[in-house]
Design a protein around this ligand. Sequence first.
Ligand code: AHM
Ligand code: MG
Length: 328
Amino acid sequence: MEIGTTLTRFLLEEERKHPGASGAFTELLTDITLVGKLISREVNKAGLAKILGLTGETNVQGEAVQKLDEMANATVLKHVEHTGRVAALASEEMEKIYHVPEGYPRGNYVLVFDPLDGSSNIDVNVAIGTIFAVYRRKSDGPSADLADFLQPGREQVCAGYVIYGSSTMLVYTTRNAGVHGFTLDPTVGEFLLSHENIRIPAKGKIYSANEANAPNWDEGTRRYVESRKGEKGTSARYVGTLVADFHRNLLKGGIFLYPGDRKNPSGKLRLLYEASPMAMIVENAGGRASTGRERILDIVPTELHQRVPLAIGSAEDVAAYEACLKGQ
Ligand code: AHM
Ligand code: MG
């Protein structure tokens, strides 16, 4: 499709390829794009909000100054809970699943999200993001239940992220489909197609890992990272925001590693709303995502906030990392 096509039109054209579709899924994605625009607006003036926050706990309108991650979480709930498209939501910011309140219709999907990924980077004006994924409900009672969320990533109907970087972009994919990127044009408030059918290079020149953790890494991970050093053209790049590190490697090729270590055997990143959505995106772009030993999308979660070691990016790089872990 033509560069500059609106995301709304793109979604409608995609929906037409599935004549039986109810439209609820397209509408849910449209709701998410609104959320992305609203969070983008707040993130863009976060510095100002912080200055106002220093004068007290209220802003000029007398409203409480909220932390951005709480604001982002509340924005998702507010714009998704009333629509009748989902039955429940789960987020990094909420301990338990959040049921659509009584009085609103309940839909056939559940939404998982990390409202503001990379929150340690907010105060220093470095790229942050929102990650999301949609599953079809499995239960058929009046309310969704935990089992609706504990599905392996391969069951995701859709996964995506919004990156609040030098520009705001939304990247998403659906099952057996391509990965598409849209850039927010702030002058018209629309996401416009800028990156159709993104393919990650089979091999990259970038590795991204928090090497301060290296003393606690397992032998295989240490060996892999050492093997990359001194390779012609190889660079280390690490933002500390998964969305940003992933997005760069998706476009340029590379591997992102957040392995388990002696202190945290399952690493840091969460399966449901960090690793699995990114894994679906990378696979649909021709890449690979694993724990180093197992495909991320095949892991059946046992807990909402379960952590998982993550190696994600260019297919050949991730395969080489897996081989290193096997001692090859
Ligand atoms: P967050 O969701 O609380 O922001 O934490 C997740 C972030 C990821 O975005 C990033 O890849 C990772 O934590 C960085 O961790 P570290 O600071 O240990 O390198
Ligand atoms: Mg996060």
